[in-house]
Design a protein around this ligand. Structure first.
Ligand SMILES: Nc1ncnc2c1ncn2[C@@H]1O[C@H](COP(=O)(O)OP(=O)(O)OP(=O)(O)O)[C@@H](O)[C@H]1O
Ligand SMILES: [Mg+2]
Length: 454
């Protein structure tokens, strides 16, 4: 029930108001003074207040101000003497929703109260919508002015509201997930779920059930039917992150889901028709994975109907200052600026971790900063030294007459294995490649583990 508070020192007027509003179905609280009114307001939080302006002690104006201070959205209607237009105008300026004049007309009173409550509902709804929108905007705000990013924006705009499958490629931290969310947020599916699954993060033997769901009894522990991410994304978008890590067995099942628009839960005998748009991402070289037999070529073509490539940050340095400003604001550094020299140094750095590394750097610098202007001295030594050593090639001096890449690769693989005592997992980590890629290379170059290490 909607609760209304009436504050008036005139007892008979209070009764009339109370009676009329009760008749309308409101729960009515009454107070004979401003002080009592405020006390009731604090205790019972009414949705609407009707108050006389002239009262001994705390007057209607003061009450109006206090109510507005505590709860700006509460509607206040003031009662003024007939002809006291100035007071009414003052009250509206101070935040009153409307006024009624004494002696009042019952219907006018009821109408004014009804309108005030409806208005309040709208205000709330409006605020909720705005909040939701800004949350969505935050997801969507992909910053960039470089030509390469403009190109990306153009593709997003073009494809967002289609059913096309999109494959987003790019190094780690370049914004692949952000783009996937932007595509969803700009499609007509935006009010339906956006479901993400990281194919590299889920153990192989659980992945099938995670993706496609399972039926009760499909395996030990499957005590009831469970929906997969595909089913959860019904009507919306499924984001397949690190799709390059999907085991080959599941690739054919995914291909079928994409082509037939249906999935078969693990252990189930029937298929389910689904309406899901798929956006996939990878930071691996899928063409290489295809060449190595780890990724189905037909799936690759099915996924990359629309390819979107996010260039590494070092190839779009123009975006650095803008991103710095964006992250400064995002992490609460509204008053902070980065000196031009600081930005120049930051533009010269290689950012192997791309935008994510830049964001973390800005966030850390905001916490550690000395003042409101951030100077180059505050940058870490790694960034000040500029060039990223890992990105250059500090280890190899190529002879002038040229050298075979395959031979070089073979030597590097052997060296990495030697250094890691022929432990394949460590050597793969050392070379920053997945273990299966290392094994593939060892087979390719016929590198075998020496007897002494077996
Ligand atoms: N152009 C951009 N504008 C604003 N923020 C960005 C931009 N690109 C990336 N970011 C931010 O950088 C962080 C990393 O982005 P995201 O998670 O999308 O990268 P990713 O390519 O999916 O990385 P990974 O391959 O490691 O999963 C996020 O906080 C994201 O909001
Ligand atoms: Mg990601």
């Amino acid at each position: 029930m909607v609760r209304v508070l009436i504050v008036d020192d005139d007892v008979s007027l209070r009764r009339v108001l109370e009676y009329n509003l009760q008749e309308e179905g409101y729960e009515v609280l009454t107070a004979g003074s401003g002080e009592e009114g405020m006390r009731l307001f604090d205790e019972r939080s009414p949705a609407l207040v009707v108050t006389d302006l002239k009262m001994p002690g705390m007057g209607g104006f003061q009450l109006l101000r206090q109510v507005k201070e505590r709860s700006p959205e509460t509607a206040v209607i003031v009662i003024t003497a007939f002809g006291a237009v100035e007071a009414a105008v003052e009250a509206m300026k101070a935040g009153a929703y409307d006024f009624i004049t004494k002696p009042f007309n019952r219907e006018a009173l009821k109408l004014t109260v009804r309108k005030a409550l409806a208005m309040q509902g709208l205000t709330r709804e409006n605020r909720r919508l705005k909040e939701e929108l800004s949350e969505r905007e935050a997801f969507r705000s992909i910053v960039g002015i470089s030509r390469r990013m403009e190109e990306v924006f153009r593709i997003i705009d073009r494809v967002a509201d289609t059913e096309a499958t999109v494959l987003i490629t790019g190094e780690s931290g370049t914004g692949k997930e952000l783009v996937a969310r932007a595509i969803h947020g700009r499609s007509s599916r935006r009010d339906e779920p956006f479901v993400a699954i990281n194919c590299a993060a889920i153990p192989r033997d659980l992945l099938e059930s995670e993706l496609f769901g399972h039926v009760k009894g499909a395996f030990t522990g499957a005590v009831k039917d469970k929906a997969g991410r595909f089913q959860q994304a019904e009507g919306g978008t499924l984001f397949l992150d690190e799709v390059g890590e999907l085991p080959v067995e599941l690739q054919s099942k995914l291909l079928r889901a994409l082509q037939e628009r249906e999935v078969q839960p693990l252990g189930g005998t029937t298929v389910q028709k689904l309406d899901v748009r798929v956006v996939a991402a990878t930071n691996a070289d899928l063409e290489e994975a295809i060449a190595e037999g780890r990724f189905r070529e037909d799936l690759f073509y099915r996924l990359s109907v629309i390819p979107v490539h996010l260039p590494p940050l070092r190839e779009r340095k123009e975006d650095v200052p803008l991103l710095v400003r964006h992250f400064t604001a995002k992490h609460g550094g509204g008053q902070v600026t980065f000196a031009p020299e600081t930005l120049t140094v930051m533009e010269g750095y290689g950012w192997p971790g791309n935008v994510r590394e830049l964001e973390n750097t800005v966030e850390r610098m905001l916490i550690m900063r000395n003042g409101d202007t951030i100077t180059p001295e505050e940058l870490s030594e790694k960034i000040r030294k500029g060039r990223q050593p890992q990105r250059e090639c500090p280890v190899v001096n190529l002879p002038d007459e040229g050298y075979s890449l395959e031979q070089l690769e073979k030597e590097i693989v052997i060296e990495a294995l030697e250094r890691n005592n022929w432990n394949q997992s460590s050597a793969a980590r050392f070379l920053r490649i997945p273990r299966h890629t290392l094994i593939y290379r060892m087979e390719k170059y016929a590198i075998t583990t020496p007897e002494r290490k077996k």
